[in-house]
Write a protein of this length. Structure first.
Lengths: 455, 108
């Protein structure tokens, strides 16, 4: 009987470090029990960007770093029976699985059994109007015609079933992040799908692993207040889960970072709304009675997750085109820099007041006041101090032409603005907006298929 | 009573969902929990973020973790998909909170 399962959290977002998995695989290979390596690489908009890539090239649309995540550890994982579970399939899990088969062949490895979980894509299942009718907390989709991506969050069951069927690797698109851990746990421990407290514990384990280093000292360090040793080589989390749902979070030997009460509690509450009701497809997780205990150096035990029956509906994220963001920057440095930057901002405001009074834009003075400010400038203090100021202007538009005047006007400060204006950079970035919908479960039927090596 | 910077007593971590910000606040010393609970009300947090015009601020208490979860609605200027600011996620906003002061009972 399985008493303990080991899961390494090797990635927490699409752009995460690709060398984090190495030390985890090293540690997992010594672990006594079923072991899994989990990659969470799919934020809200990441999937829509992948969908756009798939439209351009039907063989793409999976995480662009897939090779760099998987190739360095594939041989060791297959040899040590460390099974890989990742949502790096993004908009095209099937193509990602084929790509992994190619990597295996290039490395002279046996052909892995790769399961693909599909069924999250709602385009072709629900129309734009039907999605709009199910939108919660907004009306972004009302009247929208071009849906870039619409995906339901699938749960852990198809992942567990794929592992039951013997998959070495499970590739998914949109699943709830924590399912990447709950799936392996439900598979290894044979947890029942109405054993709510255990499903809740598995969900908590996944929640603690899904942001990679955020539980081991990343997004935490504050010198002199919250010091983190060896942050440059921070270890990614390694979880040991017992059959009763108790979790121990640690990290590989020889890595930097820290795991203690403080790092763990910050991550328990990360991106949580009501701690008594964290909704995922398989269960409602209640954190009210969770406790943490430091049981050794860089080892924290977490118990007390409680579960309630799974919600009736599934959440879906729907992305639509949202025009462009135009940004343009110019610097002022040395004596009186803040005053010259302020004059530059006033010149731009003046010129727009006469030429395009309805055009809205935002001004930041990086080095004086910027990211804690707001669009109206209400939080902005006096423009005092700061002898190295980066002035930034930003505006939105439906198309690039709508923001061009702002970019041109700021560039014009080179010759016609205050003294010493330097280093203009201009960017126009396409944007996607996302809406949340609640959909009936019958619209998102998960399916599992095994992808063999291409002939 | 004495005024202290929140930063001296608690850790904080920001997270986002759309235009909603959550701030996890963790007492570095669990013995400070009651004092922080008394001073760091939802109203006090709403005051700190007044310039961002929150439409709702809710505090959830987690006494077993000596922690609180604050949820602030509509403070991210549209959130990461539509904010004009550099920090659409609001990741820096935990430090706006940590810079605020609260009144706590003077140490015995």
């Amino acid at each position: 009987m399985v008493t303990r399962v080991f899961i390494g959290g090797a990635a927490g977002f699409a752009g995460d470090r690709t060398d984090a998995a190495g030390p985890l695989v090293e540690a997992l290979s010594k672990a006594d029990g079923p072991r899994f390596l989990m990659f969470e690489t799919l934020a809200e908009r990441t999937l829509a960007l992948s969908q756009l890539e798939r439209r351009r090239d039907p063989s793409r649309g999976y995480n662009p770093s897939l090779d760099r995540f998987v190739a360095p550890v594939l041989a060791r994982c297959l040899a040590e029976q460390i099974r890989i579970v990742g949502n790096f399939g993004a908009a095209n899990p099937r193509a990602a699985a084929l790509r992994i088969q190619v990597i295996a062949r290039e490395q002279g490895l046996r052909s892995p059994r790769i399961a693909v979980v599909e069924g999250d894509d709602l385009t072709g299942v629900l129309s734009a109007q039907e999605l709009a009718a199910r939108e919660t907390g907004g009306a972004l989709l009302r009247g929208a015609s071009d849906i870039v991506a619409a995906n339901a969050y699938l749960g852990a069951k198809p992942i567990a079933e794929a592992l039951d069927a013997g998959a070495d690797i499970v590739v998914t698109g949109r699943v709830v992040d924590s399912a990447l851990a709950l799936g392996p746990l439900a598979h290894a421990f044979r947890w029942r799908w109405d054993d709510w407290d255990r499903l809740a514990a598995g969900t908590l384990a996944g929640h603690l692993l899904e942001c990679g280093a955020q539980i081991t000292g990343g997004y935490f360090a504050d010198p002199g207040v919250k010091d983190v040793p060896g942050l440059a080589e921070v270890g990614y989390p390694l979880a040991e889960i017992e059959a009763n749902g108790a979790i121990v979070i640690g990290k590989p030997d020889g890595t930097g970072g820290r795991v203690d009460r403080q790092t763990v509690i910050e991550q328990i509450l990360y991106e949580i709304h009501d701690p008594a009701a964290y909704l995922v497809p398989d269960v409602v997780l209640d954190l009210s009675d969770v406790t943490v205990e430091e049981i050794g150096a860089n080892r924290v035990r977490i118990v007390g997750a409680r579960g309630h029956p799974a919600p009736a509906t599934l959440k879906a994220t729907v992305c639509v085109d949202a025009g462009v963001l135009g940004e343009v920057e110019i610097s002022y440095a040395g004596p009186n820099a803040a005053a010259r930057a302020r004059l530059a901002a006033e010149v731009i405001r003046d010129r727009f007041a006469r030429r395009a009074p309805d055009f809205k834009f935002r001004v930041d003075a990086v080095g004086v006041t910027s990211i804690l400010a707001d669009d109206d400038g209400a939080l902005r203090g006096p423009w005092a101090g700061g002898n190295d100021v980066r002035l930034r202007f930003a505006a939105r538009g439906a198309k690039p032409d709508d923001v061009r005047m702002l970019l041109d006007e700021v560039e014009g400060l080179y010759c016609a603005g205050p003294a010493g204006g330097a280093g203009v950079r201009r960017h126009v970035t396409p944007r996607l907006a996302s809406a949340s919908c609640l959909i009936e479960r019958r619209f998102a039927k998960p399916s599992i298929s095994m992808i063999e090596a291409p002939g | 009573m004495k005024r202290v910077k929140l930063r001296d007593l608690v850790n904080a971590r920001a997270g986002d969902k759309g235009n909603r910000l959550n701030l996890a606040v963790v007492c570095r010393d669990p013995r400070d929990y009651a004092a922080v609970a008394l001073a760091l009300t939802a109203e006090r947090v709403a005051q700190v973020f007044a310039a961002r015009k929150p439409t709702k601020v809710v505090r959830y208490d987690l006494p077993k973790l000596a922690a609180f979860n604050f949820v602030l609605d509509d403070v991210l200027e549209g959130g990461v998909n539509s904010s004009l600011g550099l920090d659409g996620h609001g990741k820096s906003l935990s430090f706006l909170l940590l810079d605020a002061e609260i009144e706590v009972a003077a140490p015995k």
